[in-house]
Design a protein around this ligand. Structure first.
Ligand code: V1S
Ligand code: CA
Ligand code: ZN
Length: 394
């Protein structure tokens, strides 16, 4: 079994459906579902599947999706059949629900309903695995689609699997902490639980002339300060070029304090890999190990964790990151040389010049964005978050 053993004392489950990987948003679109195939190939190539319960999940049902989403919106996604359909029918609905232009964030593509129901099905199954006590850490890399709203697609996300999973977890747990390390603000999740203190949302993201434009320092929840959700939305807006050392320092300080003050019973961690250096859309400079340190830190609190994917637009780096984080979940140490027998091994190359792997290792280092902040900005940011957390301490 390649030296990979089952973790002792806790169970990790892995939820996926290989059909998801076959869908295409379009050649110019940054979202590439085949990054999930690369991830799975690495996970299996390293033998990590021996250390987890593997679950090929079913699509989510209409009634499961309707627990958050509007029926008319779901029916639109369900019955729009192909891009050709768009030309003939649905023009009015299209503008209402997904907008349209040449570089559309949320295009209609073949099999869109299968895609959204399969992504959501994997996350819901993972949430159920936690709530039923079957696993202690449940992983769904096709989930983490944090921008989708009740009746509108946004930022490559059509159905908000995270909101649906948290709704399920709330049937068992009193307090759910949602942490989001995608480079974008987790606006859809924040909005869905804005008015409750049973879900605390904590998002780290780039802020300022960057999609979706929300998640500023004053975005802390409803402004009537006696309302239940007041102060339970915590946002950490960051500048371009944040590096490993600074991000780790900030993440440990703010997340540690949040867990101490909020005392969640379960944690949902969105691990968007667009916060890595070298990402096609992101602006941060994190390396794979630093991204993984966030997973390790959350895991060290010994609470049930739902681990989700999200953004990540340089597929070879996304696969490396999520494989490394799967290994952290099961407690395995991986050798740095990529397994030699994985299919499409050349997909792990960088922009290559000639034959042979340019980046044959798991832990490649990529720095690409100039740093545009100073240490004192981070101190101010951390202090402001701690002030906010004092408002909910009881
Ligand atoms: N940044 C960025 C970006 N790039 C694109 C894009 C590029 C090419 C295409 F063919 C289609 C779209 N869209 C955006 C962003 C949306 C980012 C979504 C991130 C999702 C996530 O990682 O957080 C979770 C999965 N959209 C915009 O910036 C909006 C526009 C304002 C500019 C781009 N055009 C295409 C739409 C309007
Ligand atoms: Ca985020
Ligand atoms: Zn993102």
């Amino acid at each position: 079994q390649n030296g990979i053993e089952r973790p002792q004392g806790y169970t990790v489950s892995f939820h996926y459906n290989p059909e998801v990987e076959q869908h295409h948003f379009g050649s110019k679109h940054p979202m590439k579902p085949w990054r999930l195939q690369l991830t799975k190939q690495l996970v299996f190539g390293y033998g990590l599947h021996y250390a987890m319960d593997l679950n090929e999940s079913l699509p989510a049902s209409m009634s499961e999706l309707a627990r958050f989403h509007d029926n008319d919106y779901l029916n639109f996604l369900r019955y729009i059949k192909s891009p050709a359909d768009i030309q003939k029918r649905h023009r009015e609905e299209l503008n209402r629900y997904v907008f349209t232009d040449e570089f559309n964030d949320c295009p209609i593509f073949d099999g869109i309903w299968d895609y959204v129901t399969l992504c959501t099905g994997a996350t819901l199954e993972a949430a159920h695995s936690l709530s039923s006590g079957q696993s202690d850490i449940a992983i769904s890399w096709s989930g983490g689609l944090h921008h989708a709203k009740k009746r509108q697609a946004s930022g490559f996300c059509y159905v908000n699997d995270i909101v649906l999973a948290i709704q399920h977890l709330l049937e068992k747990y009193v307090r759910v902490l949602y942490i989001d390390i995608d480079v974008h603000h987790g606006d859809g999740v924040e909005a869905a639980f804005f008015n409750t203190d049973r879900v605390m949302t904590l998002s780290y993201h780039k802020y300022g002339e960057f999609f979706p434009g929300t998640g500023g320092p004053d975005d802390t929840g409803p402004k009537g300060y006696t309302e239940p959700g007041a102060y339970f939305s915590l946002n950490v807006p960051l500048e371009d070029g944040i590096d490993d050392k600074d991000y780790e320092w900030l993440f440990r300080r703010i997340t540690g304090k949040t867990i101490e003050v909020y005392r969640p019973e379960v944690i949902v961690l969105q691990c968007g890999a667009d916060s890595l250096g070298g990402d096609r859309l992101g602006k941060f400079n994190l390396n794979i190990k630093a991204h993984g340190k966030c997973v390790e830190f959350v895991k060290s609190h010994n609470l049930p964790i739902l681990i989700l994917g999200g953004g990540g637009y340089t597929p070879r780096n996304v696969a490396r990151t999520w494989c490394h984080e799967t290994a952290l979940c099961v407690g395995a140490t991986l050798h740095d040389e990529l397994p030699s027998f994985i299919p499409y091994r050349q997909a792990f190359e960088g922009p290559s010049h000639g034959s042979g792997l340019l980046y044959p290792e798991l832990n490649i280092k990529r720095l690409s964005h100039p740093k545009t902040y100073e240490r004192k900005d981070l101190e101010t940011c951390a202090a402001r978050c701690e002030d906010q957390l004092r408002c909910i301490a009881h």
